[in-house]
Design a protein around this ligand. Structure first.
Ligand SMILES: Cc1cc2nc3c(=O)[nH]c(=O)nc-3n(C[C@H](O)[C@H](O)[C@H](O)COP(=O)(O)OP(=O)(O)OC[C@H]3O[C@@H](n4cnc5c(N)ncnc54)[C@H](O)[C@@H]3O)c2cc1C
Ligand code: SF4
Length: 521
């Protein structure tokens, strides 16, 4: 097979492509699947909806790069707009824009999967082996403590002062210069995302990758025959369509797009495709300092505070990190209105932000579904005009215990920022706060914090085609093959059965790696 990266510029029209395996999506799950399966001698084609990008595309100019790299130009959200959901839609998927934190799945989460979901193949020993392997490939290492930026030092020192457990994190980079713009793609080829690791491995073994090419439907004929309808977008909104004829299909389009594609293809019987959406909901606080903090520079998320990860004694709680505070995110989340807000935002360089990430699901561990992805009737905007049709719908309601954990995280974050010398701390509630002493930190619990009353976002969707042995409450088996559709596999964040409670990239890579090891490939 030819080694080919096919973009709209290099595409030679053909109505039919054939391969043993077609993988839909080139993010974390799709890339490792491609690299491992091609090595076993199969011919593999990847379809990636987003554009091909390389180092020279990462201009760090938000206005041009954010719409190019992010799903929905960075504006994807739940139906009620209460939670933005950030995802990469580009060559390499979300790993191209992610913030590099590389942590293995905690042992108590794996124990839960073995005990509640009977996922015996995903026990601590097996997952540790795969986590080690993928971490080596991604050059995961502990961040040099001398490279913490002021924002991370704030989190570290403030936590130490208050006696909270904090540690220097791990990331996947080589010769990172700490420019601070991981969220815009790495201009220095330092971040070891999928483009530079598993997609390279797959290409060097001989696969075809079609970029700017969306899989619009899977036609399931049998366990060894499926036809995938593909649409490649050309310039000026023109497009061409072709079919991929394949023996096995791997859907790796992410925990939002995968259930939508399976539903559109009517591959839903029996399971719970689209249900059990987990988001690791995030909110944050802005500390305002007299000293310069330069929050847009330096390595993001180099410190983790895990003191409250097991807040309820059942493995649910929250952890704290500091974001890659791109101005487009600060602009979206900084509280307040009008001219006052604009003037305050000019002090961005004096701000330090702490985010609270919640391991969601405390209200029922594994049985309750707090969120769902499906199609609904709505208006589509195409070529400047609206038409009525089906549109993606993301619904999510943070449960009461999860919200309690989130608010506790904000309270603790306020205290940490103040302990590190912040003069004022602002939460991102609609009702503006201006907290200047630790006693007032408790106010976060009494402010209105329902949907659209407290700014929230997620970058970690998982769970919508989860793995399990019970065919009624799960979608795929331990090899990632769909219970009801042999020959179709799901290999991405959708399969993660309960929220991992750490940033999920290593978990997804390790699970897919393990699934391929035990599958019949
Ligand atoms: C801003 C940001 C920061 C993050 N930071 C971290 C971090 O520090 N550490 C960490 O562990 N995790 C982080 N994550 C999360 C992590 O990157 C994701 O969990 C992981 O990449 C998800 O892998 P996936 O395979 O499920 O999907 P993705 O990596 O999202 O890949 C899915 C791909 O499928 C493509 N696709 C979708 N629909 C179709 C279709 N119909 N046809 C063809 N292609 C399609 C998409 O364009 C996309 O490229 C971050 C994410 C974001 C967005
Ligand atoms: S901080 Fe490091 S890894 Fe991130 S974009 Fe800058 S150089 Fe690349």
């Amino acid at each position: 097979m030819n080694v080919l990266l096919i973009t709209p510029e290099t595409y030679h029209p053909s109505s039919k492509v054939e391969a043993d395996v077609c993988i839909i999506g080139s993010g974390a799950g799709g890339s490792i699947a491609a690299a491992k399966i091609v090595k076993k001698g199969y011919s593999v084609v990847i379809l990636e909806k987003g554009p091909y990008v390389n180092q020279s595309d990462f201009t760090q100019r938000q206005k041009e790069i954010v719409p190019r790299l992010y799903e929905g130009s960075g504006a994807q959200a739940t139906d009620d707009l209460s939670m933005a959901i950030l995802q990469g839609s580009v060559y390499g998927g979300s790993t191209t824009v992610n913030w590099m934190t590389s942590l293995a799945t905690p042992d108590y989460v794996l124990d839960q999967w073995v005990n509640q979901f009977k996922l015996n193949e995903y026990d601590l020993g097996s997952m540790q082996r795969h986590s080690k392997e993928v971490s080596e490939r991604l050059k995961v290492h502990r961040v040099d403590e001398l490279s913490h930026n002021p924002q991370n030092l704030m989190l570290l020192k403030g936590s130490e002062k208050l006696g909270f457990h904090a540690y220097t994190s791990y990331n996947n980079s080589v010769n990172c210069i700490g420019c601070g713009h991981c969220g815009l793609g790495c201009t220095y080829n330092a971040k070891q995302d999928m483009r530079l690791t598993y997609l390279q491995d797959a290409l060097s073994q001989g696969i075809e990758i079609f970029t700017s090419t969306k899989a619009s439907k899977i036609k399931y004929k049998s366990s060894s025959k499926q036809v995938i309808h593909a649409v490649m977008t050309l310039e000026n909104d023109r497009f061409i369509t072709f079919e991929v004829h394949t023996e096995k299909t791997i859907v790796s389009a992410s925990a939002i797009a995968t259930p939508l594609l399976l539903q559109k293809s009517k591959l839903t019987a029996g399971g719970t495709v689209g249900k059990h959406l987990q988001l690791h909901p995030v909110s944050g606080v802005f500390g305002i300092f007299e000293d310069k903090m330069y929050p847009t520079s330096g390595i993001p998320q180099s410190v983790v505070v895990d003191e409250y990860l097991n807040m309820d004694g059942n493995g649910y709680g929250f952890w704290l990190e500091t974001p890659d505070l791109e101005p487009f995110l600060a602009g979206a989340y900084y509280p307040g209105m009008g001219i006052e807000r604009r003037e305050e935002l000019k002090q961005l360089n004096n701000m330090g932000v702490i985010i609270t990430l919640v391991r969601d699901g405390a209200n029922g561990k594994s049985t309750v579904s707090n969120g769902e992805v499906k199609w609904r009737r709505g208006f589509n905007l195409q070529n400047g005009s609206f038409s009525l049709g089906l549109v993606p719908s993301i619904r999510y309601k943070i449960s009461k215990p999860d919200l309690r954990h989130l608010l506790k995280g904000l309270e603790v974050s306020v205290k940490i920022a103040l302990a590190s010398g912040a003069k004022r701390v602002l939460t991102v509630h609609n009702q503006k706060t201006d907290i200047r002493n630790t006693v007032d930190a408790k106010i976060v619990h009494s402010l209105p914090s329902g949907p659209n009353q407290l700014g929230m976002f997620s970058a970690h969707p998982t769970g919508t085609s989860r793995m399990g042995m019970d065919t009624k409450s799960s979608v795929v088996d331990q090899t990632c093959e769909m219970h009801n559709y042999p020959g179709v596999f799901v290999m991405d964040g959708s399969i993660v059965p309960t929220a991992p409670g750490v940033n999920p990239m290593i978990t997804i890579l390790s699970m897919v790696s393990r699934a391929i090891e035990i599958g019949e490939w």
